[in-house]
Design a protein around this ligand. Structure first.
Ligand code: ATP
Length: 268
């Protein structure tokens, strides 16, 4: 649980008093739908970093972009179902409540405005997504807005990142023990938040693959939480809509159109 937020009156103003130390994760995605690989990456980050809270942030996709197959309402509903019973996890509707696109930099600024410091925040993502970070909006400044907790994805080990992003190698740290570090390691001679590489086994599944299976009438049991499977079946999601975002196993780095859908990190 995150420490309670307190308020204090100073010179007639009410200010938020931020506790000294807290670790808050933000895990963003299109979640069309959320699946067990997403839960694995969240679990890995919570475990490795001792996160007190993990916000699962469903991305808003603006109307001029190719749309996810399920509506934001259904995507958020499935995320809410999936976090059920996971202590400290929260389904966040922050990005869905605004008409603006879901830029990660804007989301992190919102957390800063709420009193979180960059060193309190851990933006959680898969290694395939982080490999494209140089194309994100507000790069490289965005790397000062939070720690980036990058988790391996099948076929995307975190160890490939230094070779892929040589200019960031000096910022990358890898926790040496399985237990959460008491102090988050930072790169030598740096006050900036870190890029934390986390090796973990996550299920080899993608939302694209789930949609393809649903469309083909193939079972998705065990690939998504049972409640999510039930929600998809009950509402007939993904049975007829075309999967506009590539075939099973597609990864964000495979196709340029990937950056045009779902979560927006990059250009307008
Ligand atoms: P799609 O197939 O529609 O592109 P996806 O399965 O990649 O979807 P997203 O919602 O786009 O899911 O991903 C959100 C985040 O989860 C990204 O940072 C991505 O790297 C990460 N992620 C998704 N699936 C896995 C997985 N199986 N293991 C580790 N990370 C994953």
């Amino acid at each position: 649980m995150a420490p309670a937020r307190r308020r204090a009156a100073v010179g007639g103003l009410t200010i938020r008093v931020v506790p000294d130390s807290r670790r808050v994760g933000i895990f963003g995605g299109t979640f069309d739908p959320i699946h067990c690989g997403h839960l694995d990456i969240g679990d890995a980050a919570v475990r490795a970093l001792g996160l007190q809270r993990l916000y699962i942030m469903t991305a808003h996709v603006p109307p001029h972009r190719p749309q996810p197959c399920a509506s934001a309402f259904h995507r958020f509903a499935m995320v809410s179902i999936a976090v059920g019973g996971r202590d400290g996890w929260r389904a966040s509707d922050l990005e869905l409540r605004t008409a603006a696109p879901s830029y990660t930099s804007a989301t992190l600024k919102t957390f800063h405005a709420r009193g979180y410091r960059p060193h309190d925040l851990f933006f959680v993502l898969g290694a395939d997504a982080f490999a494209d970070v140089e194309t994100w909006r507000d790069y490289p400044a965005i790397l000062r807005d939070a720690h980036f907790a990058v988790v391996s994805r099948p076929a995307f080990p975190v160890d490939m990142l230094p070779g892929r992003l040589p200019s960031l190698t000096g910022r990358m740290v890898k926790p040496q023990s399985a237990a959460p570090p008491r102090v988050i390691p930072v790169a030598a001679h740096s006050m900036d938040p870190s890029i934390i590489l986390i090796d973990a086994e996550t299920m080899d599944v993608s939302s694209t693959g789930i949609r393809e299976r649903c469309k083909a009438g193939v079972s998705i049991a065990g690939l998504v939480p049972a409640g999510v499977q039930q929600h998809i079946a009950q509402h007939g999601l993904y049975t007829c809509a075309p999967t506009a975002r590539g075939g099973p196993g597609r990864r964000a780095s495979d196709a340029s159109e990937a950056s045009e859908t779902g979560r927006l990190h990059g250009q307008d």
